[in-house]
Ligand binder design. Structure first.
Ligand SMILES: [Zn+2]
Ligand SMILES: [Zn+2]
Length: 240
């Protein structure tokens, strides 16, 4: 590990390291989780700019990305998926790539289908689509998904329905990190967050604005239930 890496991570546990590569509501969110024992990486969400973020790191972590965990199908969480699949094809990856996502996220399946149809004979690696119902085990890691409360919006547009959307807990040998994904407040969130070692909590708005995102005060209150936390997914005002 070179000296640059001392400050690379947002959080370092005994087994897992976490770095928020980028996170802004309506732009992109991507989080890198590193299992130091197995030297395996996971991406949670894969927004636009993922390649820029990954190649800016001091190590080629992209070579060790075992799985991508997607929380939901909004563009700011999956917008970099097509680029990433193409990048892996270009560097001639030969290991399987696992895509984990809640059932019925049609955007992910559509992106993968388009990619596979476009390059059918020249994709050197297998893409495994893995809808998560509750838990998935990978080596000594357990990935659990929990449903959250989320929907999108169109400025000035009509109300949209709730969408399939989850938060994740990644656990290794008792060490637990959590990411809420995009969600409004609901009572069970407290139960999920309490006592986890590191929580990444969305805090989209400065003040309560919608039941489908958390405000920063709500995120702070929830964060204090975890041993450590960071608020992500802040809204960038676009002249609003
Ligand atoms: Zn979002
Ligand atoms: Zn969203």
């Amino acid at each position: 590990m070179n000296s640059l890496q001392k400050d690379l991570w947002d959080w370092k546990g005994d087994y897992l390291y976490v770095k928020v590569l980028y996170s802004k509501a309506g732009i992109a969110t991507q989080i890198l989780v590193y299992d130091i024992e197995e030297e395996l990486c996971f991406l949670i969400d894969i927004g636009d700019g993922i390649l820029r973020d990954l190649v800016s790191l001091p190590e080629k972590y992209y070579e060790n990305i075992h799985a991508i965990l997607c929380t939901h199908g909004h563009f700011d969480h999956i917008g970099g998926l097509f680029s990433f699949l193409g990048f892996l094809r270009m560097i001639n990856r030969n290991k399987k790539l696992l895509l984990i996502y809640p059932p019925k996220v049609i955007e992910i399946e559509g992106i993968v289908r388009t990619f596979q149809e476009s390059y059918s004979n020249s994709i050197p690696y297998e893409i495994k689509l893995n809808e998560i119902i509750e838990k998935i085990h990978i080596k000594n890691i357990t990935i659990s998904a929990f449903p959250v409360q989320h929907r999108g919006s169109i400025v000035g547009g009509k109300k949209l329905p709730n969408i399939p959307s989850v938060g994740y807990i990644i656990e290794k040998k008792g060490e637990r990190i959590l990411y809420t994904g995009d969600t409004g407040y609901f009572e069970d969130l407290k139960k999920h967050i309490t006592d986890v070692d590191y929580a990444l909590i969305e805090g989209t708005y400065k003040e309560k604005k919608t039941p489908f995102h958390l405000s920063i005060p709500e995120a702070e209150k929830l964060g204090k239930l975890a041993k450590n936390y960071k608020i992500i997914h802040q809204h960038t005002s676009r002249n609003e």
